[in-house]
Design a protein around this ligand. Structure first.
Ligand code: LLP
Length: 422
C-alpha cells in the first residue's frame, strides 16, 4: 500500500524509500523526524518542469524546514532561498548558498539583519512598510551599499485558508496596501541608496485554489503598469509561496497548473520580460518527512480512548495551533481486528491542547511505533523544548542509507548556559 510515493508499506512495514521506519525507530529512538531525500528532489522537479523555458527563480521558503542538509539539497538543485531573519541568512551562507538568489522577507527586519544581508549581497529586500524602507535606506547609506528592493504589496485577497496562515488580507499585518504602493515606490525612487527591482506578494499558506493567486496577480499587473507609466520599470514579480500539500484528501493545485495561467497572464499583458520569483516552502518539503513516535500508554475510557505517545506539541505544534490534520500510520500495522479502537493521539505535555491527532481508528498496543505523516514542513522548525524536552533528532534517508542530519539534543545542553544567583 502506498501512503505517499516515498513512504510506502513493503511486507507490512512502512518504509522511507528503501529503509524500514521500524529500524530507524529502533536505532535512533523516538520521537524522530525522518526525511526522504528523493522526495525533496521530486518536489523540486515539479517546479522545474512547471518553469521550463521561462525566467523563474524558485526561492525555497526555508522557514518550512531549515535543516542544513535540506538546504544543501535545494542549493545543489539550483534553488534560491526566501529568508526571514539573520539566522536564516546565516544558515544559507553556511551551506554555500548563492546570496544573489536570496530574497529577504519579513515585517520586522532589524538593523543588524539588514547590515548582514547587504554585506552578503542578497538579491532583494522585500519591503513591508514605509518605516522599513526608511530604515533600509539609512542602513544602506551608512554601509555605502545599494539595497535592491521590492515592495510587498497586500492585494487584499482571501486565500481561503486557516486565518493564522492567511496573509493577504487588509486586516493582516503584512505588506503595503496596494492603493498606497505607487506613492511608496515613487518615494523609494528618490532614495540614492535604494534600487527598485521588483514587486512581491504572499497571500497565505496551504492554498489549494488557483483563484486567489490569479486575483492577486491581476492586481499586481495593474500596479506594474501604473509604475511603468510613471517611469518605474521592474525586473521581477514575486508571487510568494503558499501552494498546499495533501494532508488528507485535499485536491491539489500543481505548480504547472498555476504557472501556466501566470505565464499566460504575463504574456497577455506584455510582461513576459519580467523574471518570476516564487517562494514555496511547504510544497517543497511537507510530504517529504514524517515524525515517528512510540505509544507509551493506552488509556481506554467511557468517552475517549487515548494513545499517549512520546512526541508532543513541542515536536509538532500544527494540530494545536491550527487544528491541523496529519495522517497517522502504524509503522507495522497489527492484523488483529480485536484491538481496533478510535483514539486521540496525545503527547505527555501538561496541557489539554497537547494532541497530535483526534478520533483515529487504529489497532494499537503499547510500544507500537506510529508515523505522523506530512511532517516535513513547519514541524522541526516550529519545535520547542517546552517541558524541558530535548528536540528530536532529524534523519535524512537516501535509499537504504540513513544519515543523522541533526542529533537529538542532550538534556545537559538544554540548560548548560543557565546560571543561578548566589
Ligand atoms: N514567503 C513568505 C513571505 C511567507 O510568509 C511564507 C510562509 C512563505 C513564503 C512560504 O509559504 P508556503 O509555501 O510554505 O506556504 N506555520 C504554518 C505556515 C506559516 C507560513 C508562513 N509564511 C503552518 O504550519 O501551516
Amino acid at each position: 500500500m502506498t501512503v505517499s510515493p516515498h513512504f510506502e508499506f513493503r511486507d507490512g512495514v512502512l518504509h522511507a524509500e528503501d529503509t524500514p521506519l521500524s529500524h530507524l525507530a529502533n536505532q535512533f529512538g523516538t520521537p524522530l523526524y525522518v526525511y526522504s531525500r528523493q522526495a525533496l528532489h521530486d518536489a523540486w522537479e515539479a517546479y522545474r518542469i512547471a518553469t521550463r523555458g521561462r525566467d523563474v527563480l524558485v526561492c525555497f521558503g526555508m522557514k518550512a524546514n531549515s535543516n542544513l542538509a535540506v538546504l544543501n539539497e535545494f542549493r545543489k538543485l539550483g534553488s534560491g532561498f526566501d529568508i526571514v531573519s539573520g539566522g536564516e541568512l546565516a544558515r544559507v551562507l553556511a551551506v554555500g548558498g548563492d546570496p544573489s538568489k536570496i530574497v529577504f522577507s519579513g515585517v520586522g527586519k532589524q538593523v543588524w539583519e539588514m547590515q548582514a544581508a547587504l554585506k552578503a549581497g542578497v538579491k532583494c529586500f522585500n519591503i513591508e512598510s514605509e518605516a522599513e524602507l526608511a530604515r533600509l535606506s539609512d542602513v544602506a547609506q551608512q554601509s555605502g551599499a545599494i539595497a535592491r528592493i521590492s515592495m510587498r504589496v497586500n492585494p487584499d485577497v482571501d486565500a481561503q485558508t486557516h486565518p493564522y496562515i492567511s496573509t493577504g488580507l487588509k486586516e493582516n499585518k503584512f505588506g503595503i496596501a496596494i492603493e498606497t504602493a505607487v506613492a511608496v515606490y515613487q518615494h523609494a525612487a528618490t532614495l540614492p541608496n535604494i534600487e527598485i527591482v521588483g514587486v512581491d506578494c504572499h497571500i497565505g499558506s496551504q492554498i489549494t485554489e488557483i483563484s486567489p493567486y490569479l486575483d492577486a496577480l491581476d492586481k499586481l499587473i495593474v500596479l506594474i503598469k501604473i509604475l511603468a507609466d510613471k517611469g518605474i520599470e521592474l525586473k521581477h514579480l514575486d508571487l510568494g509561496g503558499g501552494i498546499g500539500i495533501r494532508y488528507t484528501d485535499e485536491t491539489l493545485l500543481s505548480p504547472t497548473v498555476l504557472l501556466d495561467k501566470v505565464f499566460q497572464a504575463l504574456d497577455a499583458h506584455g510582461l513576459s520580460h519580467l523574471q518570476l520569483v516564487l517562494e514555496p516552502g511547504r510544497s517543497l518539503v511537507g510530504n517529504s518527512g514524517v515524525l515517528l513516535t512510540t505509544v507509551e500508554y493506552l488509556k481506554h475510557g467511557d468517552v475517549k480512548n487515548f494513545a499517549i505517545v512520546d512526541a508532543a506539541m513541542n515536536d509538532l505544534i500544527r494540530p494545536t495551533l491550527y487544528d491541523a490534520w496529519h495522517s497517522v500510520e502504524a509503522v507495522v500495522p497489527r492484523k488483529n481486528a480485536a484491538c481496533a479502537r478510535v483514539y486521540d493521539i496525545v503527547g505527555p505535555i501538561c496541557e489539554s491542547g497537547d494532541w497530535l491527532a483526534r478520533d483515529r481508528s487504529l489497532r494499537l498496543e503499547q510500544g507500537d511505533v506510529l508515523a505522523i505523516m506530512s511532517a516535513g514542513a513547519y514541524a522541526f522548525t516550529m519545535a520547542s523544548q517546552y517541558n524541558t524536552r530535548p528536540r528530536a533528532a532529524e534523519i535524512m534517508v537516501d535509499g537504504s542509507n540513513a544519515h543523522v542530519v541533526r542529533p537529538r539534543e542532550t538534556l545537559e545542553s538544554l540548560f548548560a548556559t543557565e546560571t543561578t544567583l548566589e
